[in-house]
Unconditional design. Structure first.
Length: 136
């Protein structure tokens, strides 16, 4: 049982480290997408992401402040994978939602540019036809 507690404690530390590493990549990407596409839906999803991050930080602080004895007791009786896995999953889902919303906004922006280009092209073709018809 003591060996299992050590393994569980080690897994908790690994999960915490992995989640922190995930956060360091998720936050800058979310902030850039919010700057590029400040739509209401992206703003909402970024606020949801920040809520999940606050929940993660609260859990991490509580876990850290628990101390070694409590860590050992918790590690013996609680499945390690459940400690930070759910909040890491929420953070990942919010990040993916932001990515999808930004990709959709990018597609809409690209379509607008295409339509603008086509209108410009029609205008230019029309302008070329008129002067040449005067010469004939």
């Amino acid at each position: 049982m003591a060996t299992q507690a050590i393994v569980n404690h080690e897994e908790s530390i690994a999960q915490l480290s992995k989640a922190l590493a995930q956060i360091t990549t998720v936050l800058p990407k979310a902030d850039i997408k919010l700057l590029l596409y400040p739509t209401e839906r992206i703003k909402l999803e970024v606020s949801v992401l920040y809520g999940h991050l606050m929940e993660f930080i609260q859990r991490a602080i509580s876990w850290y402040e628990a101390g070694r004895v409590k860590h050992v007791l918790i590690a013996m009786f609680r499945p390690t994978k459940l400690e930070f896995q759910d909040i890491s999953h929420k953070i990942c889902c919010s990040s993916q939602a932001i990515d999808q919303l930004a990709a959709t906004a990018n597609q809409a922006e690209l379509r607008d540019l295409h339509l603008l280009f086509m209108e410009f092209k029609r205008t230019m073709i029309g302008a070329q036809i008129r002067p040449s018809s005067w010469i004939s």
